[in-house]
Design a protein around this ligand. Structure first.
Ligand code: FES
Length: 75
């Protein structure tokens, strides 16, 4: 898997779009994790992200993994 460097939480704008097909923002993904989602699949079910073309899936999987591993960075 490619290594992705992501500035999350306080370093990124919550309203920036992470999934263009479903118009899902980084803030929505962060909120899903903060509300208890622990996996990409759970976040996708809550937000609808990555249910279109799938082009964002790898990126959002890494983002969710980092949010779950480092919850102190979540906003
Ligand atoms: S950009 Fe997320 S499914 Fe297409």
């Amino acid at each position: 898997m490619k290594k992705l460097v992501i500035k999350k939480g306080k370093y990124m704008k919550r309203d920036k779009i992470a999934c263009n097909c479903e118009n899902v923002t980084y803030g929505q993904i962060i909120d899903a994790v903060n509300s208890g989602a622990k996996t990409f699949e759970e976040v996708s079910e809550i937000t609808g992200c990555s249910t279109g073309c799938g082009g964002c899936r790898e990126f959002i999987e890494v983002f969710v993994r980092d949010l779950v591993m480092f919850p102190e960075d979540n906003m």
